[in-house]
Design a protein around this ligand. Structure first.
Ligand code: URA
Length: 433
């Protein structure tokens, strides 16, 4: 087989065979196909797309390019969830505790944050001693025993994706839906769970800017999951303002803990409840949405969701005292209240910009090597649709260095006002299966 012929075929918009896709991914993994030829194929895919069958074949070949976790020794259905990333997205922390308190087993491998989006692992590491580096055996043991583990990647999962992503990044081919879908799903498939819930975010702070694009990506990922035997569903959710009230690692842990105690912000609580309903039904723990919601509400009101979170923190070596008293989590040197300079209804909050401002405080990374300051971040006191008078508290900033005038100017630019009332947007736009 000649790789040139495969490029030629995709250039002329023909469907690639399973053997051709396998030949490509083998060549990416063992380095036998040069970067310039891989890049040419990526560009042909960006222009001509891939069928659902080609995309699923690509995801499967990518999954098999490295280690594949086998969770079959753990009894019952193992669930996983994935978010396409957003600002203030601490969902895995609260949702994991909620669904596992209802009897579902969540075996989750998470990632770190980059740019304006945060990462679950960084949030967990703001808890002193929390170990995200479990071995595969330790991971399985913890999921078996307490029904919940959130860790970093073990072994070498999907090496083909690392190579392809690096090339996509420098050849303007990141935003091809079949390539995004196969990249995300190959990693989910290799993590070994039976069910996958995808939280596909749309809006300014999200990877997909419009509902339509988010749906296209979700549909492509669902097709891959279902073709490869995983019960896969997706939620399309709003990322046109930060999720919940906090952005920043320790602040988000605190908010997740409040949420599993029933004291969380409305939008974040609703997102967790909706996600929990779907996951409990996917895992055959509940038969209907209503039954699932009751179970989740009971897990929160009885304190079992909170207990489950404590169990996970303890099992992974974290300091549970910081969860029992969140004031013991890392604290910033300074706390500054930002008061509104204008009056009106908040019609827009530029979430990506707020994510970048939090990153500049030290809560996130501009490059992969940057250190994280767990203590710093933002706590929002106002959301889209709120009526604001001049001087009202908009947001509290937790910081270790003096706020620079440019930072303050950018902060105020993120809030847009209207003279007339603004409808609040529902957090969950649609559920797809
Ligand atoms: N996240 C991924 O893992 N892969 C992509 O291609 C895009 C986002």
């Amino acid at each position: 087989m000649r790789f040139l012929d495969i490029i030629e075929k995709k250039k002329t918009n023909q469907e690639l065979t399973k053997e051709e896709i396998q030949f490509w991914i083998d060549g990416v993994t063992d380095g036998s196909i040069p970067d310039y030829q891989i890049s040419a194929l990526l560009m042909a895919i960006l222009f001509n797309g891939m069928s659902e069958e080609e995309t699923a074949t690509l995801a499967e070949a990518m999954m098999n390019s490295g280690d594949v976790i086998d969770l079959s020794s753990i009894p019952g259905i193992k669930a996983d969830k994935h978010s396409t990333g957003g600002v203030g997205d601490k969902t895995s922390l609260a949702l994991g505790a909620m669904v596992s308190a209802c009897g579902l087993k969540l075996a989750k491998m998470s990632g770190r944050g980059l740019g304006h989006t945060g990462g679950t692992l960084d949030k967990l590491e703001s808890i002193e001693g929390f170990n995200i580096f479990l071995t595969e055996e330790e991971f399985k043991k913890q999921v078996s025993e307490i029904g919940l583990a959130i860790i970093g990647q073990t072994g070498e999962l999907v090496p083909a994706d690392k190579k392809l992503y690096a090339l996509r990044d420098v050849t303007a081919t990141v935003d091809a839906i079949p390539l995004i879908a196969s990249s995300i799903m190959s990693k989910k498939l290799a993590s070994g769970s039976n069910t996958i819930l995808l939280d596909v975010k749309y809006g300014e702070g999200a990877f997909m800017h419009t509902v339509e694009d988010a749906k296209k990506l979700a549909t492509a990922m669902i097709s891959i999951g279902n073709r490869l035997g995983r019960n896969t569903m997706a939620m399309i959710t709003d990322m046109n303002q930060p999720l919940g009230n906090t952005i920043g690692n320790a602040l988000e842990v605190e908010e997740a803990v409040e949420t599993i105690k029933g004291e969380g912000p409305k939008d974040f609580t609703e997102l967790c409840m909706c996600a929990g309903e779907i996951m409990l039904m996917q895992g055959n723990v509940a038969n209907t949405k209503e039954e699932a919601r009751k179970m989740l509400e009971e897990a929160i009101s009885s304190g079992r969701a909170y207990e489950k979170f404590l169990q996970m923190v303890e099992a992974q070596g974290g300091n549970v005292e910081q969860i029992k008293n969140t004031k013991l989590l890392p604290q910033s040197k300074f706390v500054t209240e930002m008061k509104a300079k204008e009056a009106g209804y908040i019609s827009n909050i530029h979430s990506q910009q707020l994510g970048i401002l939090a990153m500049h405080l030290g809560a996130g990374r501009a490059t992969k090597e940057d250190p994280i300051n767990y203590a710093v971040g933002l706590k929002m006191n106002s959301k889209k649709g709120d009526k604001i008078a001049q001087g009202d508290l908009l947001c509290t900033v937790y910081h270790d260095e003096e706020l620079k005038p440019e930072w303050i100017e950018h902060f105020y630019d993120t809030f847009i006002y209207s003279e007339t009332p603004v409808d609040a947007i529902p957090i969950v736009e649609e559920i797809l299966k």
